[in-house]
Design a protein around this ligand. Structure first.
Ligand code: SF4
Length: 69
């Protein structure tokens, strides 16, 4: 998939690859933490973080910061 300037969720500072929303997500999937969680299903439920694939991207892409930055 073509991306803009190498943008990809798996190299974005808002990508979280450690805590998936559910077992159905692929190994390549992660959570986008750019915005707060959304769509709390019921009062006792938890809000959900959007699940994205590592090669997805969006206009909020921000490269991960390195120690040199
Ligand atoms: S959806 Fe956008 S902000 Fe979220 S991880 Fe992917 S590129 Fe980053």
């Amino acid at each position: 998939m073509a991306t803009t300037q190498g943008a990809a969720c798996n190299s974005c500072r808002y990508f979280d690859d450690h805590k998936l929303n559910g077992a159905a997500a692929s190994a390549d999937a992660g959570l986008c933490r750019f915005n707060p969680p959304v769509s709390q299903p019921d009062p006792q439920g938890h809000g959900l973080w959007p699940v994205v694939a590592g090669q997805d991207w969006c206009g909020h892409f921000t490269a991960e910061q390195t120690a040199a930055e």
